[in-house]
Design a protein around this ligand. Structure first.
Ligand code: ADP
Ligand code: MG
Length: 230
């Protein structure tokens, strides 16, 4: 099974921390991710960008770098002609941050339309007493500031997943406040259930964060991933 392979390849590297290199895990559970790939050279990065055929997002991929944007490890809106130079820049910044950081490569990713979307967070923390606790809330830069989230024990039913949307203070934002189109709630609910299934199937995952999970009127896109294995 594909999902198991991804987790095992992480474990083989001797790292219990996985990042965007493990995004296929989400695809395997039907959680949509933007088009893209993790590559290990500027030339390969350029090839992916050409395949995407538009400006791209580029991110450093390293188990030693938890918050990529904090160290200048995320470049948004990179034109194809700048992709090779940007690859080198990202690696230099990572090395400046930590000389001996393990660098797995760079992710080249399709741009997601944040203007028409809401950045949410969908995560899991395994509690010794209650088991896997799913967390859903407002994501992106607002996570720490607003702390608008809700928690449910996995596995969650469809109604429980729906209830998580109702629970957060920002629910009106999802439902089209300020003349915006409402986000695709059915897909969001389904995504919460799919993550619930994933963490139920893999007890070895002790912590997982999709931040942001961008919710738009057309569906959802898991833009970033971080997880810890026990
Ligand atoms: P990290 O959380 O490690 O800093 P992210 O992958 O979450 O890295 O990227 C940081 C921010 O950059 C996101 O919260 C989002 O606002 C923006 N971003 C990342 N990927 C994309 C994308 N594919 N399209 C549009 N914006 C993006
Ligand atoms: Mg993130």
């Amino acid at each position: 099974e594909r999902a198991r392979e991804i987790l095992e390849s992480g474990a083989r590297r001797g790292s219990n921390r996985l990042g965007v290199e493990a995004m296929d895990l989400l695809d395997a559970y039907g959680i949509p991710t933007p088009q893209g790939d993790v590559v290990s050279s500027p030339v390969e990065a350029e090839a992916i960008a050409e395949e995407i055929g538009d400006d791209v997002v580029m991110k450093i991929v390293s188990p030693d770098i938890l918050h990529k944007s904090d160290i200048g490890g995320v470049e948004v809106g990179v034109p194809v002609e700048d992709v090779r130079d940007t690859y080198e820049d990202l690696v230099v910044r990572a090395r400046n941050y930590q000389e001996d950081a393990t660098i797995l490569g760079v992710q080249v990713q399709e741009m997601v339309d944040l203007d028409n979307g809401v950045e949410t967070i969908l995560g899991m923390n395994r509690d010794p007493q209650f088991g896997p606790l799913l967390l859903f809330g407002l994501g992106g830069i607002f996570v720490e500031v607003l702390e608008d989230n809700t928690v449910s024990v996995a596995p969650v039913s469809e109604n429980e997943a729906k209830g998580m949307l109702d629970d957060i203070d920002s629910a009106p934002l999802l439902r089209g406040a300020r003349g915006r189109d409402p986000v695709d709630e059915a897909t969001l609910v389904e995504t919460i259930q799919r993550l619930s299934q994933l963490v139920t199937d893999f007890p070895a995952i002790v912590e997982l964060d999709i931040n942001p999970l961008v919710a738009t009127p057309d569906g959802v896109q898991a833009v970033d991933l971080r997880l810890t294995l026990d």
